[in-house]
Design a binder for this molecule. Structure first.
Ligand code: FE
Length: 181
């Protein structure tokens, strides 16, 4: 199975699970996120990263409400490990850093945290809360950190129940194209 087929299979198997207490499924969230990236004319690598940023949630067997039970699934790391043998860092770094980007935005944007959804605020605490000045400096030295911040903004918005987006089939050729490049 090539990587696009593997990912399609993954979404078919687990994409209908609820997206962490929000009113959309994992697949709807992924599609909305990728669609927002496309609408902003993001590079294809970042569109693919947006689509796949939460793939780690689909790889494990923890319950969907894990954060409510005080469990951090570290899905950014499992997603990163799954993707790194198929994609370059312009895809994998924003995926790995999208949780750090939330902690970063809490530190630099005073309006940001109040705009987060309730589940996202709950998980923030499990993920380490607002970045310290030191962590912030380190984050700004990491590769593709600005892409991770862009992805994060889409991630936070991609939670609209019933929103129309392109289907997964629209993105599969893009996955193959980016994986091959
Ligand atoms: Fe997300």
């Amino acid at each position: 199975m090539d990587i696009a087929d593997q990912i399609a299979e993954c979404f078919r198997r687990r994409g209908n699970s609820e997206y962490g207490g929000e009113r959309v499924t994992q697949l709807e969230h992924a599609l909305q996120c990728a669609h927002l990236a496309e609408q902003e004319h993001a590079p294809v690598e970042l569109v693919v990263a947006a689509l796949l940023h939460d793939i780690g949630h689909l790889l494990h067997d923890l319950p969907d409400d894990a954060p409510d039970r005080g469990i951090d699934d570290h899905h950014e790391n499992s997603g990163y490990r799954f993707l790194e043998s198929h994609f370059g860092i312009s895809v994998t770094e924003p995926v790995k850093q999208h949780v750090a980007a939330k902690r970063y935005l809490c530190a630099v944007d005073s309006n940001y945290e109040s705009q987060l959804s309730e589940p996202s605020r709950v998980s923030l605490q499990l993920q380490g809360g607002t970045m310290s000045a030191e962590e912030l400096e380190e984050f700004r030295r990491s590769a593709h950190w600005q892409d991770a911040v862009r992805l994060r903004r889409w991630d936070d918005t991609a939670k609209v129940a019933g929103l129309e987006t392109p289907t997964l089939e629209h993105y599969l050729p893009l996955i193959s194209q980016v994986a091959a490049s």
